[in-house]
Design a protein around this ligand. Sequence first.
Ligand SMILES: CC(C)(COP(=O)(O)OP(=O)(O)OC[C@H]1O[C@@H](n2cnc3c(N)ncnc32)[C@H](O)[C@@H]1OP(=O)(O)O)[C@@H](O)C(=O)NCCC(=O)NCCS
Length: 428
Amino acid sequence: MKFGDLRGILQYVPQFRGRTFVIALDGAVVAGENFSNILLNLAVLRSLNVKIVLIYGAAYQIASLADKRGVELSNPDATGPTDAATLELALDAITRLGSDVTRDLTALKIRTVTANALSAHPAGIVRGVDQGHTGKMVRVDHEMLRGFLEQELLPLVPPLGYDGSGHSLRMNSDQVSVSVGVALKADKIIFVTEEEPDFGLDLQSARQISADQGDVLLKKAENDQVSPGLHSKLKQAIRACREGVSRVHLVNGNRDDALLAELFSNEGIGTMVFADDYRQIRPATPSDVDEMLLMMRRAVEDEQLVERDKGEILERLQDYQVMEIDGNVVGVGAMHPYPEENAAELACIYVKGDHEGQGYGRELIENLEERAKSLGVSSLFMLSTQTAEYFTAKFSYLECSDLGQMPERRRKKWEQNGRNARFLVKRV
Ligand SMILES: CC(C)(COP(=O)(O)OP(=O)(O)OC[C@H]1O[C@@H](n2cnc3c(N)ncnc32)[C@H](O)[C@@H]1OP(=O)(O)O)[C@@H](O)C(=O)NCCC(=O)NCCS
């Protein structure tokens, strides 16, 4: 993103003001060359009044220290057993890392506090293996964290838990980040990772995935070459969505302005995993109709869509579906059944200009086609003035010159309105 594009950034400022973001840094990102840039991004977010809680993983630092001291780790990232030697290393590496991050944030005039916010107990024996000093989360002290945020302090949460009986426990930072985000009812959790969040999807599909799509991907990732780090983050992101945090981002911390570029643009640069009610296609309701008409006015003026009045839409409202993102309607489409002809028409398909090109049109069309198929129709058709190519190239519709194949009452309308729209048909 070009930072000359202030207008683009400014539209997000009111949305983010006063929001709570949990930012989870991989230890490798903190050790990387781009970290000073990430810190500046954090400072920008804070200056916009975003409340930030920072969690840092230390797998990279623990592995480096193990190398240096010639210690063999019992587990690299607290997803398995932690023996006494590994705990010792983890305590040293995490403490040192926390101190470095505090130093760097202080240099940016950000006041921090290291928060002892995780109550845990020993994970015990899992699948027959004693987990030693690995902890299992019991509770996040969210009141404490809120208190710090209200004092405009930035809480740093190390991946360590305590059980009140004298045990220090090593925690997995991905799990900690989600537990903290859920407990705080955070608006976003952002994993800043050491690698591209590459799940083998094409670029457009990879930008935003629903928790349900994430489940499918997770299964696939188990067989594919997805790194354990990404696998763990995707798994935790899905958990966060199911437990109330509607958006979780994965961004490559080696990218320039990784956080800002992800957050201040429609497309982003990483992957956003969203809760299923964050983006959905749902039946239109009477209260959507004014918004639908307003949204489509431009396309009607450009003769892409036929003009419809409120009464007409309300009369066949059950045919309309809307695409909603974060409570805002950004697209619409209709499927009008013609039961006598065993056919259905797709109509009034529209995606708001600033949301085009992200696959929403496809999602709407596929949804309408599925609805038509569930009625058992044998043919789908559409009338298009300016998007015939879209439907023929992307959805296998064929242009048909025989208007006799159109349901008669629809043909009469076609003849009356003089739009001369192309007749496109698809057999199902
Ligand atoms: C047509 C429309 C619904 C597509 O929505 P969208 O969310 O941008 O579509 P998608 O993201 O699924 O698909 C984008 C692809 O379609 C192509 N496309 C979009 N409009 C097109 C058109 N009029 N003709 C040919 N291709 C088109 C894009 O170039 C892009 O191609 P790519 O994937 O190869 O890069 C949207 O542009 C729109 O609302 N247009 C105005 C209203 C209209 O004409 N509706 C159809 C009549 S019912």
